[in-house]
Write a protein that binds this ligand. Structure first.
Ligand code: SAM
Length: 216
């Protein structure tokens, strides 16, 4: 549980050099994959954004360890590549502003988040009004939230909450069809590949972070 999770008191106290030994001095994390699972998205995003640091956040200890080992192995076999991806064990629903400053991120991914089907479990979903305000805080203006799920009810839930939030605006299907990250997100996560194997459907919704109105 949380008392065993390490997290910095504020972003300035976070030591990123362990996660990105080769590149941390050049840039800050800009892309976050929340609940990254086995890390397929991180690995595909890495060569697409060689100048950006990309972070997976995952709550399960063993899964985090697996992704860490996977990245270390890739760094060994591909000289100078995969230095821009890392994984951190964390409860992303609780400690996001401890890791990132206001407007630090340009993209946040929610790929196949846990559906929490039962009504009384809905508050445990990764998209809620309160959490959306936190995501808006750490996202820069024009930054994008990407969501994908095979659970239609969860898709509708995420769309409803994002639509209602004043700081997000849905991006069009046209935009989705031209965005490289949408294509990567559709095909590269382990959960997404499982859905493909089972001939399941995938619902996508992407939202742009709007400017904060002056009076906020
Ligand atoms: N995104 C991956 C994919 O598409 O393959 C994994 C999807 S899996 C269904 C959901 C993941 O979210 C699990 O690995 C779970 O441990 C993680 N998770 C759930 N709640 C979390 C939280 N509060 N913070 C970080 N990770 C969380």
């Amino acid at each position: 549980s949380d008392h065993r999770l390490d997290y910095p008191r504020s972003p300035s106290e976070m030591d990123w050099s362990k996660l990105y030994p080769e590149t941390f001095d050049k840039s800050k994390v800009e892309i976050a994959d929340i609940g990254c699972g086995y890390g397929g998205l991180l690995i595909k995003l890495s060569p697409e954004f060689p100048q950006s640091l990309i972070l997976g956040m995952e709550i399960r200890v063993q899964v985090t360890q697996y992704v860490q080992d996977r990245i270390i192995a890739l760094r060994k076999t591909h000289a100078e590549q995969y230095q821009n991806i890392a994984v951190l064990r964390s409860n992303a629903m609780k400690f996001l502003p401890n890791f990132f400053t206001k407007g630090q991120l340009s993209k946040i991914f929610f790929c196949f988040p846990d559906p929490h089907f039962k009504q009384r479990k809905h508050k445990a979903r990764i998209v809620t009004n309160t959490l959306l305000s936190e995501y808006a805080f750490v996202l820069k203006e024009g930054g994008v939230i990407y969501t994908i799920t095979d659970v239609e009810d969860l898709h509708n839930w995420m769309v409803q909450h994002l639509d209602e939030h004043p700081l997000f605006e849905r991006l069009s299907k046209d935009w989705e069809s031209q965005d490289k990250c949408v294509e990567i997100m559709y095909n590269s996560t382990e959960e997404g590949q499982k859905v493909t194997r089972n001939n399941g459907s995938k619902w996508i919704a992407c939202y742009k972070r709007l400017p904060t109105p002056d009076d906020c």
